[in-house]
Design a protein around this ligand. Sequence first.
Ligand code: ZN
Length: 246
Amino acid sequence: MKYFIFSDIHGNFEALEAVMKELDNEMKDKECKAVCLGDIVGYGPDPKACIEEIRSRGIFSLAGNHDYAVMGKMDISYFNAYAKDVVHWTKSVLDKEDLEFLDKLNTRLIEEPFTTFVHATPCEPEQWNYLFTLYDAQSNFKCFNTRTCFIGHSHQPMFIIQKETGDCWVHAHPIAWIRDDFRYIINTGSVGQPRDGNPAACFSIFDTDQLTVEIKRVEYDYKTTQSKMRKLKLPDYLIDRLEEGR
Ligand code: ZN
């Protein structure tokens, strides 16, 4: 089977639509389970449409920190001013059903024997820490038992691989072969606000028969998203970053 993994949509419906087309293609030839790693809302102009798309497709989703923020489940004092403003605005455009959907999302999914899914880190998924470095990865490898763990949150697609000796390294290639003697933390990147210098929407596919994981990109019409954001008077900083992928 295949897992189709995506994260950090952030209310960007054009990016989500482009990724959902890729999902439809993948589902044609093989059993394919889609998993969303959270942050469906926050930053972008279409939080409601993004929730509806995921809900109507019956896609399993975890919660991200922005979903928690909108539900008032976390302290947002550390959010930047732009993110804070958008939390309040997002809440104002969601209805009761949308909020109930967000409220039910968990923060960890384990699919034995293949993989673990979280939004932030496997050690403390509800602390919303970032996993950027090999040092961060080393402690996090101790917090899951499956061979692979998919994460989101930093919006930077990345493979970190660990040998049996405990040594870790970054695998700088969009495809990795899953070996019996290695373990993997895979950041699936962001659908709606990539921050790795590439504005194209990001997602990944784990083929459990071929034992490969591929991080993939699909271009989307960010100009439409930007013009919606301008109409809503969302901050320029959030508008500009979409075309720069930062
Ligand atoms: Zn995010």
